[in-house]
Design a binder for this molecule. Sequence first.
Ligand SMILES: [Zn+2]
Length: 192
Amino acid sequence: MTSEKTEIKINELESSRLNHLFGIALSNYTFDSNIEIKLTRTSIKGSTMQAQPIFGFREVFTGLHKYRIRLAKFVRGSETMVVEELPDDVLIGWFAHELGHVKDYENHSFLGMIWFGLRYITSSSFRKKIEHRADQIAIEHGYHKEVLATKKFLFTHEDIDPTYRTKIKKFYMPMRDVEDWIEKNISIDPVD
Ligand SMILES: [Zn+2]
């Protein structure tokens, strides 16, 4: 997969549907340098999807170029909602949010990223800011409808675990903010 100037190398999953939807979420993104994104399916403590930089010795000198996006098999707190079976727009919005994190990480040096990680763990206001920013980046890349679909799913689906929903409400951009952005920025309102 290539963008205009830089190359994006993807280590794909064994699911062709997830790879296809990830490709759609990636299609509006460009990055400042050649990057590698490794998609992996694994269990994640306390989350459903997670984007992280991959550090090696080289990255200390060259800055970040490799990232990992991890996907759990099930939506957090559920033993029945399979991530791979979620609707297209929910998955595209979710991937676009994770790619928003990757885009955000791109501007950090190695030490800057260490500091970023420490603040993310220790400061809930910083974490909230970062989660809102990932949504904002995804929205600005044209994924407003999909981000809204992901939010609708997380905020309103009856099978979402209440503990997970409380966490989401605390850290993530509310649906109303996304809807407001769409109203302000999109002349033909696509929200029904
Ligand atoms: Zn996030």
